[in-house]
Design a protein around this ligand. Structure first.
Ligand SMILES: [Zn+2]
Length: 467
């Protein structure tokens, strides 16, 4: 532990300029965040002309009828226009708030409200919660009309929307209620650990954050998701038997197998698994079950179990811990620096002893460019995982010595195509746009890879027989 603290102290020494130099942080944040937004807009402009192509890629040509392809192109075009407008609009609002001292105003406003109830500035955590609520409202409220437009105009126009206005409002209220119920105690504890652990907060906060993530893994499916969707046990039958057999062959600790009524809100569909290492739950969207044959849904599950087999969720968790560690390790330099707060228009009296909440909020804004790079890296990693899971599904025939699984790759391909066609997903994708935004390889890439995996496993099994 002492080694860790010596290294962290060394890093802080490197960053000591943050505490001694009056840097114009606000200018940097404006420049960084506009840089990211303009880059994202540029990517959309690269992608946009591809929606005017009249033919799908050759590999997909046989799967689309002309009408479906045109529909997916129109949907893509509308979504891209929407993204350009919302991206620029959100950034403009953030930028104006930042420029005119909105953060400082929010802190003072939270303080004024608390003062009415007899709580002075010594109740720093309470004031931080008030500040968080003001910021949350300010960032959420402008998003409501945009999200309503997206649901009731954009998705509606292309036949995806199943949400009623009543459901939209209850979802919003439930979402906020859950956000406050979990978010505020979380934030209060987070800030308390900071105060309590002093300069040695890094390992303590990491432990707290990990415990929080773990409890969400348990709470999300059992408490939160049922508030929005209905999970019912998957009916007995061909599909259930297939999945249970596959899970037991792979020694996947399947506890429950659910069907989820995803179609209540939207016709977009999928499947996923979750749970603790010794007790896993699989959830399949009703739309996937309706649109694909049982043997194709089984192939989708084979892909999902590939994620489990290669421990992809655990690997992602480790990377996210490393990410959190980096952020926390860089933070102390910003925690004690009055110059950071002064740069964002906070009064001298507040900046003299920076409240943790403010320092952390501003520090996160300063990290925008780093986060963009981390996002690109995470997407690259995730695409590699998808590729591994696809290969896993193709290799099951030899892994499990199960000749009936030799067409798993084809079945997965068919299921992916069905999902893609029904969801009107984009088929022509600009490489840079994809590298930045996509956590999954494109459909064309996946089909090509599946064919190659399938061919390779066939060659391997012939070679084995000849031996
Ligand atoms: Zn996957």
């Amino acid at each position: 532990m002492d080694f860790l603290h010596t290294q962290l102290a060394h890093l802080q020494h490197q960053l000591s300029f943050v505490q001694t130099d009056p840097i114009d942080w606000k200018f940097y944040v404006q420049a960084f965040s506009w840089g990211v937004t303009l880059f994202e807009t540029y990517l959309l402009f690269r992608q946009y002309p591809l929606y005017s192509k009249t033919e799908p890629p050759v590999v997909l040509a046989s799967h689309f009828n002309g009408d479906e392809f045109q529909k997916s192109q129109k949907y893509g075009k509308d979504k891209a226009k929407f993204s350009i407008v919302t991206g620029l609009l959100k950034q403009s609002i953030d930028s104006v708030m930042l420029q005119y001292g909105f953060y400082a105003w929010s802190w003072t406003a939270a303080g004024c409200v608390l003062a009415r109830f007899g709580y002075g500035p010594e109740y720093e955590i309470l004031q931080s919660l008030g500040f968080a609520i003001v910021l949350f409202l300010a960032s959420s409220i402008p998003g409501i009309p945009l999200s309503a437009y997206q649901t009731f105009v954009l998705e509606e126009k292309h036949g995806f929307n199943k949400t009623t206005p009543g459901l939209f409002v209850t979802d919003l209220v439930k979402g906020w209620a859950i956000g406050f119920t979990i978010g505020l105690p979380f934030l209060a504890t987070f800030l308390y650990v900071f105060k309590w652990a002093g300069d040695r907060f890094v390992p303590w906060l990491m432990a707290f954050l990990l415990a929080f993530q773990m409890s969400l893994v348990v709470l999300y499916p059992t408490v939160i998701q049922p508030l929005f969707n209905k999970l019912s046990p998957l009916a007995e039958g061909n599909l259930r038997t297939r999945i249970e057999a596959l899970a037991s062959k792979l020694k996947f600790p399947l506890k429950h197998l659910y069907e989820i009524d995803g179609s209540k809100r939207s016709s977009h569909s999928n499947a996923y698994f979750f749970g603790l290492p010794w007790s896993k739950h699989i959830v399949i969207f009703d739309t996937l079950i309706k649109e694909s044959k049982p043997e194709e849904v089984e192939a989708v599950l084979a892909h999902e179990l590939g994620h489990w087999y290669y421990m992809h969720p655990t690997k992602l968790l480790c990377i996210s811990q490393l990410h959190i560690f980096t952020i926390l390790a860089l933070f102390p330099a910003f925690l004690h620096s009055p110059y950071v707060l002064l740069a964002f228009d906070f009064p001298k009296s507040v900046a003299a002893v920076p409240p943790t909440m403010l320092a952390f909020t501003l520090f996160q804004m300063i990290l925008t460019p780093l986060e963009a790079v981390v996002g690109i890296g995470m997407n690259a990693m995730s695409r590699k995982f998808e590729w591994e899971a696809d290969r896993f599904a193709c290799e099951l025939q030899s892994k499990l010595a199960a000749p009936e699984m030799k067409d798993m790759g084809e079945r997965l391909g068919r299921a992916l195509v069905t999902l893609h066609v029904k969801n009107l997903s984009t088929v022509w994708v600009d490489w840079l746009y994809s590298a930045y935004h996509h956590s999954h390889p494109t459909l064309t890439e996946r089909l090509k890879a599946l064919e190659a995996f399938q061919a390779k496993t066939e060659v391997d099994s012939v070679a084995k027989k000849e031996l």
